[in-house]
Design a protein around this ligand. Structure first.
Ligand SMILES: *[C@@H]1O[C@H](CO)[C@@H](O)[C@H](O)[C@H]1NC(C)=O
Ligand SMILES: *[C@@H]1O[C@H](CO)[C@@H](O)[C@H](O)[C@H]1NC(C)=O
Ligand SMILES: *[C@@H]1O[C@H](CO)[C@@H](O)[C@H](O)[C@H]1NC(C)=O
Ligand SMILES: *[C@@H]1O[C@H](CO)[C@@H](O)[C@H](O)[C@H]1NC(C)=O
Ligand SMILES: *[C@@H]1O[C@H](CO)[C@@H](O)[C@H](O)[C@H]1NC(C)=O
Ligand SMILES: *[C@@H]1O[C@H](CO)[C@@H](O)[C@H](O)[C@H]1NC(C)=O
Ligand SMILES: *[C@@H]1O[C@H](CO)[C@@H](O)[C@H](O)[C@H]1NC(C)=O
Ligand SMILES: *[C@@H]1O[C@H](CO)[C@@H](O)[C@H](O)[C@H]1NC(C)=O
Length: 343
C-alpha cells in the first residue's frame, strides 16, 4: 500500500502515501567523519544509558503514560512454583480513537500478557512513547534554539489485568509460551534494568534494500522490539515457546545506501558547529514539525514526498547523533512481516 515510485501511477502513489502520512501524523499529533576515519559496524548498536533522565518540562504528554501501572513501576513477585502462561497481544495502534482503521493498514501495537495459574491474576507488559509517536519520530524546532529538540523517551508499562476484548476484537490474543514463576521473577528484574537503560524510542528501521539478507544500518527501538527482546530473554531463561504460532510485526522502514555520520547536536549546532549543515537539518525538520494547520500540513507533505523521493535524502537521528541517509528506492515502506518465536 505504501511503496512510492515515480512514473506511472505517480499521483495515485502520492495520494496513497499522503493518506498514510496523514494517519501517521494525526496519530502522533506522528565534525563530519567519513567511514574511512573509523570502521563503522552495522547496524549501529542502540545506546544504553546509566539512568533515565528527568523529563524536560517542555515535553507534555497528551495522554498520561501508563495510567494503571504500579506507581513505582514494580512488578509483583510470583511463587517460584507457579505456572505462568504467556500471551502474544496485538491490536491496531490507537484503536480507542480510530477503531480498527489502522488495523487495515496493519499498523499494530504489540504487548505481552502473563497469567498466573496459582492466583488467577493476569498482567500486561508493553513499551511505548511517553509523548506519542510524532514526538518520537520528529523533533520540535523551538524559537531561539538552533538545535532541534526531541521529546522521544519511551518506557515499559506493567499493569495488572489483560483487557481481552481490546486485544481480541481487532487483533490477537494467543498463548505462546509457558514458564515457571521463577522465570517470571527473573524477567521482572531484567525488565526493570532494561527500562532504566533503554530510554529512547526509535521509530525507523533503516536497511539497504527490501532483500531478505540486505544490510541493516539501524534497528528500531519500539513496542515490537520490546516484545522481541523480552521473548528472547524468556527463552534464555528457559521458557518453552509454541513455535507454531505465526508472529508478524509492524515495522517502518527507510531504504538507504550506507549512511554518513554527521555528528551530535553540539558538533553540528554548537558554537563551532557546521552552520550550513545546521540550517539544512532545520529546513528538513521544519517539514515534519508537530502542530501544523491542515493547509500547512498538506503543503509540508508534498514537500516531504518530494524530499524523500526526489532528493533521496533523510536526516536521521539515532543515539542522539545525526546521520545522513542517501535514500534508495522504494525509499519508505510499512511492512508486516514475520519474525518467528525464539527456538
Ligand atoms: C508532543 O510534544 C508537545 C510539546 O511537549 C506536546 O504539546 C504534545 O502534546 C505532544 N504530543 C503530540 C501528540 O503532539
Ligand atoms: C519504566 O520507566 C517509566 C518512566 O520512568 C516508569 O513510569 C515505569 O513505571 C517503568 N516501568 C517499569 C516496568 O519499571
Ligand atoms: C474494533 O474495530 C471496530 C470497527 O472499527 C470498532 O468499532 C471497535 O470498537 C474496535 N474494538 C475495540 C475493542 O476497540
Ligand atoms: C485476565 O483476567 C480477567 C479478569 O479475571 C479475565 O476476565 C480475562 O479473561 C483474563 N485474560 C486472560 C488472557 O487470561
Ligand atoms: C543475498 O542472498 C542472495 C541469494 O541467496 C545472494 O545472491 C546475495 O549475494 C546475498 N546478498 C548479500 C548482501 O549477502
Ligand atoms: C558531542 O561529541 C563531542 C565529541 O565527541 C563531545 O565532546 C560532546 O560531549 C558531545 N556532546 C553531547 C551533547 O553529547
Ligand atoms: C558542513 O557539512 C556539509 C554537509 O555534510 C559538508 O559538505 C561540509 O564540508 C561541512 N563543512 C565543514 C566546515 O565541516
Ligand atoms: C506474515 O509474514 C509472512 C512472512 O513475512 C507473510 O508471508 C505473511 O503474509 C504475513 N501475514 C500477514 C497477515 O500479513
Amino acid at each position: 500500500m505504501w511503496p512510492v515510485a515515480l512514473g506511472m501511477g505517480h499521483w495515485r502513489d502520492v495520494l496513497s502515501w499522503l493518506r498514510w502520512l496523514l494517519l501517521l501524523l494525526s496519530m502522533a499529533c506522528v565534525s563530519v567523519h567519513t567511514t574511512t576515519d573509523f570502521l563503522q559496524h552495522w547496524p549501529v548498536p542502540y545506546k544504553r544509558f546509566e539512568f533515565r533522565p528527568k523529563n524536560d518540562p517542555y515535553c507534555q504528554a497528551k495522554y498520561t503514560f501508563c495510567p494503571t501501572g504500579y506507581a513505582d513501576g514494580s512488578i509483583p513477585v510470583t511463587k517460584n512454583e507457579d505456572i505462568i502462561q504467556v500471551f502474544r497481544l496485538q491490536a491496531p495502534v490507537w484503536e480507542f480513537k480510530y477503531g480498527d482503521l489502522l488495523g487495515h493498514f496493519k499498523i499494530m501495537h504489540d504487548a505481552i500478557g502473563f497469567s498466573s495459574s496459582l492466583t488467577g491474576k493476569n498482567y500486561t507488559a508493553e513499551w511505548y512513547e511517553l509523548f506519542q509517536l510524532g514526538n518520537c519520530t520528529f523533533p520540535h524546532l523551538r524559537p531561539n534554539m538552533e538545535e532541534p529538540f526531541w521529546c522521544n523517551q519511551g518506557a515499559a508499562c506493567f499493569y495488572e489485568g489483560i483487557d481481552d476484548n481490546h486485544w481480541k476484537s481487532n487483533g490477537t490474543l494467543v498463548p505462546i509460551a509457558t514458564m515457571s514463576g521463577a522465570i517470571f521473577n527473573s524477567m521482572a528484574k531484567w525488565l526493570k534494568e532494561d527500562n532504566d537503560t533503554g530510554i529512547y524510542y526509535q521509530t525507523w528501521n533503516v536497511r539497504a534494500s527490501p532483500e531478505f539478507n540486505s544490510s541493516v544500518w539501524f534497528d528500531s527501538y519500539d513496542c515490537a522490539s520490546f516484545v522481541l527482546r523480552t521473548y528472547q530473554k524468556l527463552f534464555e531463561l528457559g521458557a518453552t515457546f509454541n513455535r507454531k504460532v505465526q508472529t508478524n510485526y509492524t515495522r517502518l522502514l527507510l531504504y538507504s545506501g550506507e549512511p554518513t555520520y554527521l555528528g551530535n547536536g553540539t558538533m553540528i549546532f554548537g558554537q563551532h558547529g557546521n552552520k550550513s549543515l545546521a540550517l539544512d537539518i532545520q529546513k528538513f525538520y521544519i517539514l515534519f514539525r508537530p502542530h501544523q494547520s491542515w493547509k500547512e500540513l498538506f503543503l509540508s507533505i508534498l514537500d516531504i514526498y518530494y524530499k524523500v523521493t526526489m532528493d533521496k535524502m533523510f536526516y536521521f537521528f539515532f543515539n542522539f547523533e545525526y546521520w545522513y541517509l542517501p535514500l534508495k528506492f522504494p525509499y519508505i515502506k510499512v511492512v508486516y512481516d514475520e519474525i518467528p518465536l525464539p527456538s
